[in-house]
Design a protein around this ligand. Structure first.
Ligand SMILES: *Cc1c(COP(=O)(O)O)cnc(C)c1O
Length: 478
């Protein structure tokens, strides 16, 4: 049996100078609690693995473990991730990284008071919804606009305001689910509107909608099937056709556009996604889309359309619960201003990544490859490091079938399991997320932001080179 007698008592440990110092810096309960954990873990370790049993040696081990536990607990849960996947709008990675103007605005409005709900002209109460409305009108050509928490909220608000206890006609081909459990039928239920499905999964005609209209019909609803595409034998009703029918029968049309794109990216091969303006021009009464997808801003649900419907939504009590906060308004305004007076294709990271020139990506991959070879090639684990042509993706449920030709660096390992390295890279801070392709590791350069390449180098060195050194001294891993 292992001798556990020499494990120091908590009270004893608390008198040590190092812990006294920690108590000056951190919350006392936190230190005491974490110390208890460190002692307990050391006890288990000793029981299981044996080793050092002198009182002093045990105390040193406990202190070391304590420092690691404190470092882990105080670095925050939300942490920076370097996106080497080549998926530009990665929903699990926070979607759109913000541009400089959005960040500057966010900082300014976050640390100061501001006119969020104050009319500076007449000194009276104002509305938080006024702030980006004019910008949205200018940029989309709509009559009015409103911003809520996210697009799911926008759809919910539209449905409940216009069609509560009434019928809403939707094509069976558009009963979509978007990542994170946004399902059109469920949102419909939540809104109190009655879903009337028409057509089939692959084919819906305008006559299907027309036949389903009755006195109880309040809305014709269409959703952009953003994260999948029905190819082959299929038929979808165009938004403009739906609008014509709506006009004839005096029923408004709402379109859930999903990813609201403000600039035409056809030149870069991104042709399938209609711009918000094109939807407005087609006559849809209400259009909703996300702020953090192709628009490249913060999380937000943006609604544009006819004045009377937007006004009705603003008056809906639910809007209060779905409201957007000042930081989001600031970041959204900073992003939208870039479309008005800046250079969105360069200043909005999402657009910059999507429109990056292929040759430039090739050069960046070449540079990263050379640097990686210099740092990593002496390691035993690596078979080869190469530049490869790859397909990147838009992500975020836009252009589901479109692959953007790009470049990346491919690392092939000799023996070491790819999964093991990938996991170690994810556990670094910042974390590095890579792609796996044919048993090799791939790092796309398209989704590396300014300064990321140098950090990628550091992270890989730490995981692959430093690991070999640490294997010499397993005692390190307390
Ligand atoms: C992404 C998406 C949503 C959900 O938007 P959030 O901003 O994530 O709430 C809804 N509908 C469509 C068509 C989408 O693409």
């Amino acid at each position: 049996m292992t001798n556990l007698r020499n494990i120091p008592a908590i009270d004893e440990l608390l008198t040590l100078p190092h812990i006294q110092e920690l108590l000056q810096q951190y919350n006392r309960e936190f230190i005491v609690e974490t110390l208890r954990r460190a002692v307990e873990e050391s006890r288990q370790d000793l029981r299981k693995n044996g080793g050092e049993t002198s009182k002093q040696g045990l105390a040193a081990k406990i202190l070391k473990r304590l420092d690691i536990l404190i470092a882990n607990a105080t670095r925050g849960s939300l942490q920076k991730v370097i996106n080497g996947t080549g998926v530009v709008l990665h929903t699990n990675l926070g979607r759109a990284p913000l541009g400089q103007r959005a960040l500057a605005y966010l900082n300014e409005m976050g640390k100061n008071y501001n006119n969020l709900e104050f009319n500076l002209e007449n000194g009276e109460r104002g509305s938080r919804y006024q702030h980006v409305e004019d910008l949205l009108i200018t940029l989309t050509g709509a009559e009015a606009g409103l911003v809520v928490n996210n697009n799911a909220a926008a759809v919910l608000l539209g449905l409940t305001t216009l069609a509560r206890d009434k019928e809403v006609i939707v094509s069976r081909g558009q009963l979509i689910e978007i990542g994170g459990a946004f399902r059109i039928p469920d949102v419909m239920k939540q809104s109190g509107a009655h879903l009337v499905e028409v057509g089939t999964t692959n084919k819906t005609y305008i006559s299907d909608y027309a036949q389903a209209i009755n006195d109880n019909t309040a809305l014709l609803f269409s959703a952009h099937t953003s994260n999948y595409k029905i190819v082959g034998f299929s038929e979808e009703v165009r938004l403009s056709e739906l609008v014509t029918l709506g006009r004839q029968r005096n029923i408004p049309v709402m379109h859930d556009l999903g990813s609201g794109i403000l600039t035409d990216l056809g030149e870069w091969g991104l042709k399938d996604e209609p711009t918000v303006r094109a939807c407005v021009d087609s006559g849809a009464d209400i259009i909703s889309f996300s702020g953090d997808k192709l628009l490249g801003g913060p999380q937000a649900g943006i609604i544009v359309g006819k004045q009377k419907y937007i006004t009705a939504m603003k008056k809906n009590q639910l809007t209060r619960a779905l409201r957007v906060d000042k930081l989001n308004i600031a970041a959204l305004e900073g992003t939208l201003l870039e479309y008005l007076s800046g250079n969105p294709l360069q200043a909005i990271p999402v657009l910059e990544m999507l429109t990056a020139a292929r040759e430039e990506l090739g050069e960046r991959a070449e540079k990263l490859c050379v640097a990686l070879k210099g740092t990593l090639e002496p390691t035993e684990t690596i078979q080869s490091i190469n530049v490869v042509a790859i397909d990147d993706m838009v992500g975020g449920g836009a252009y589901p079938t479109y692959k953007i030709p790009g470049y990346g660096v491919q690392i092939a390992f000799k023996e070491k399991q790819l999964e093991t390295v990938a996991r170690q890279l994810r556990e670094m801070n910042p974390a590095l997320l890579t792609r796996k392709q044919e048993d090799k590791m791939l790092i796309s350069v398209r989704t590396l932001l300014d300064g990321d390449a140098a950090v990628v180098l550091d992270i890989l060195r730490n995981v692959l080179v430093a690991e070999i050194e640490s294997e010499i001294d397993p005692g390190e891993k307390l």
